[in-house]
Design a protein around this ligand. Structure first.
Ligand code: FES
Length: 444
């Protein structure tokens, strides 16, 4: 891929803007962008028309109210005029006329926030889940399942494709609309009780649902999926990002922080997923170069875009304790950043913790291979801090944490890295008196 700017540097005499082909490409680009925005941002026509219909009903109601008030004011004015004719006093009539003239003469701009709020009610719907009381918004053309996953909620589901019935949920109040076809047939009794399928329906307006949510890794079934490599690119010294994409109708259900086994030909490896289940079709892995590891060699020497990789899993219980009210410290050692990245993205989509602080200790040559990403999180979010450490040992790291946060025991700590790193950090935290029940650790 070569950018236009680079091409122009090579051929400075060329005037591409004077070329008919350039204009054509620009038009295609604008059209494609508009189409993508429409597909992604706008709800389906049915949903949009239903939401506009609901707003029109509300507006008509308000108009009727106004007409009734108007009629009442006219009757009141007539009554006052009659009274004034009998008593000869005109003060009340003048007062009323003055007030009405004042109200009708005002030319205030509409309240921008109220206008925005009305607009948002057309573009998105608010959903509350019971019994957890978790909340999320359904935006654009998302189904209820996609919107819940994007919000970091671990709702129950299977195929994401309308076949298995595992995403069944009961509508307590509000209205849903089918936006994707589904083969699974709800029984008559289920339909009459208000059950719906999250993966094929969207919210028409604000909604309250009764839905099962996963609370532990044990609730997630083992799966086997053949995914394809979307990209295989270098992240830095001796570490690559392997990006797999699952078929649209067979996505991997997992909790952030969990691992899977990947198999390419004869080579297999158990690796932590470095992405968030909020985008369950796209799975990221950080592969460190290791000449003694068959799978690593495949990634560095053989595998490319489009190649199949079989995914088994998920495994492990290194996952976010989403119900904990405590702020969070994430501690990564070298490529232990992979599962920590998944957890951070999950915590960000839940938007629940008051503070997220990442300590990344990188002593291996791979270094802080995604430092820019961490810095961009810290720049964009008020509640995210990033500390990169390359010098010193694990004791220095834990000392730094205790120095930054005087009351370490007020935090939950998620720790991932090479076995020796995790062991030493666990010991050092214990010496600081950190409660073991608030430490979740995994060796990568
Ligand atoms: S997830 Fe299978 S039917 Fe919805």
């Amino acid at each position: 891929m070569v950018t236009t700017a680079d091409l122009l540097r090579l051929y400075p005499g060329i005037r591409i803007e004077e070329d008919g082909g350039f204009e054509q490409v620009m038009q295609i680009k604008v059209h494609a962008f508009g189409k993508r925005v429409r597909e992604r941002m706008l709800p389906s026509q049915e949903i949009l028309s239903q939401r506009l219909f609901d707003q029109s009903v509300e507006l008509t109601d308000l108009r009727n109210h106004l007409q009734r008030y108007h009629a009442m004011m006219a009757a009141l004015r007539e009554r006052i005029q009659q009274q004034e004719a009998q008593t000869g006093m005109a003060a009340l009539g003048e007062f009323l006329d003055g007030q009405l003239a004042d109200i009708l003469g005002r030319t205030e701009a509409p309240n921008a926030l109220a206008v925005m709020d009305d607009m948002l009610r057309v573009m998105s719907a608010h959903v509350t889940l019971h019994p957890s009381r978790h909340e999320f918004f359904v935006e654009g053309a998302d189904t209820l399942l996609e919107a819940a996953l994007r919000a970091g909620l671990a709702v129950n589901y299977g195929c994401s494709n309308g076949n298995c019935g595992l995403c069944k949920a009961r509508v307590i109040s509000g209205q849903v609309q089918r936006v994707r076809p589904h083969d699974y047939v709800l029984s008559e009794a289920e339909r009459s009780q208000g059950y719906t399928l999250l993966c094929s329906h969207a919210a028409v307006g604000d909604l309250v649902l009764e839905a099962l949510e996963t609370s532990s890794a044990d609730d997630i079934p083992q799966q086997q999926i053949v995914a394809r490599i979307k990209s295989n690119e270098a992240l830095g010294n001796d570490v690559r990002l392997l990006h797999l994409q699952t078929p649209r109708n067979n996505r991997l259900r997992f909790l952030a922080g969990q691992s899977v086994t990947l198999a390419a030909g004869e080579a297999t490896a158990q690796l932590p997923i470095a992405s968030c289940p909020c985008d369950d079709r796209n799975l990221h892995f950080h592969i460190v170069r290791d000449a003694d590891d068959d799978f690593s060699r495949q990634v560095y020497e053989v595998l490319g875009a489009g190649d199949p990789v079989t995914v088994f899993g998920p495994w492990g219980d290194f996952a976010l304790h989403a119900e904990s009210p405590r702020p969070i410290l994430f501690v990564a050692g070298d490529a232990g950043f992979a599962p920590i990245k998944g957890l951070i993205e999950h915590a960000m989509s839940l938007d629940a913790a008051e503070l997220l602080h990442l300590y990344w200790h990188a002593s291996a040559p791979t270094g802080h291979y995604l430092a820019n990403l961490c810095r961009s999180w810290a720049d964009a979010l008020d509640n995210f801090r990033y500390t990169a450490l390359a010098e010193g040992g694990v004791d220095d790291l834990v000392g730094r944490m205790a120095q930054d946060h005087a009351d370490l025991a007020a935090f939950d700590i998620y720790l991932a890295g090479p076995g020796a790193f995790v062991e030493e950090a666990t010991k050092a935290l214990a010496q600081q008196g950190f409660p073991p029940s608030q430490l979740v650790a995994t060796a990568t």
